[in-house]
Unconditional design. Sequence first.
Length: 427
Amino acid sequence: MGGNRKPLNISKNGGLTTHTKRYLPLTHQLCEQAAIAAFEDKWFRKNYLADAQKYGGVAYGRLKAETAKNEMHAKLEAVHGIALEMEQRVLDLMDGTADDLDLDPVHTFYRIDGISMKTRELSDCCPMHQCFGHLAVLALQPLLRAKLLPYQFASIPEKGQVALKRQVERWLRRKSLGVRYGLKMDVKSAYQNTSHAVVMGILEHEIPHAAWLLAVVRSLLAMAPHGGLLIGGYLEAWLFNLVASYLMRQLLSYAKARRGASLPLVQRCCSYMDDLGLFGRRWADMQSAARKITKWAKDVLGLTIKPKWMRVDFLTVEEERAKRHLKGAAKGCPGFDMAGYRMHRTYTTIRRGIFKRIRRQSLRAADDLRKTGRIPLYRSYRLISYNGYFAGTKTNGAAAELDQRHLFKAAKWAVGAAARLREVKAG
């Protein structure tokens, strides 16, 4: 692993065993599924069109005409040709004819996060790179289904922000758990600091006989310009969740012995990208678990957990209800801030930074609607994307003050009108 890092002892730290059936064999059908998934909603981008014509022999005019008629013949021909090319490249990689998958270099660019104002390095991969990423994820699905925990969120289908919000709400409102404290931890530069050696060590232990799959994953990981995992890569998001599953298993294994009984230090934990959420009954136990997992993550996985933690002392149901009649800041209650929401014992609100953006866009949209009678298309997309935050949160007063429902309907009309105009021009 390099340096003073301890060897990755998976079988000891997670009860994990090797299974030969936790990957799929390389087939033409699997390559076609990967190509279809990678090209979904991207067929008319210039680089995707170029690959469809190069490997599938499908011209732009035919593809456009059949798409207007909701026909799939041209797309299926292109997918078949791309799948044949993918199979050949994997076979060349396996027999030593090629050293890599012959992909275009990864283009990286920087973007400022609008909420945290951090500068993040994102990646833009070529279409064939995306196809091979989808191929690897499809082949890894048996392993991923076996290893990913139910309380891991982000980059997993049906496990997004809303799913995490609902899960934390259930934990806080379940009396049998007795959750009194919350602790949020953050992994420093998680994707960049996840080494290829750790990822390949896990895969080689779990699926040692998947020679073609290990070769493809190793080749894709080597494409990262600065090492680590690419931010924005499809395969990389799944691989980081796989690494995080071992971190969470280790965290849940910590316990103390009292009167002959084993008591867990942490009642529940969850993850959202590089954030870890811990929930427990006793703060001293949670501190102990946090210190242990920080050391284990550094020694075994090479990941650094930031020393600054966010502690939340949840109020009881009665204490929160007693504050309902108060005004202003006195009405606020401690909440667990994660995935854009603040979860309290009896209610949930929107994160302050996100609500400021929603309010700003709503006020500007109302001004546009008053002056011109419509909302610009770019602002309509933003309003629609923010609409989900109002569902399931205690924001009725704010929504009424911003006239959110009226603005949302106007934004939907603007987006629908633009879509109808595009259809008329295309027809």
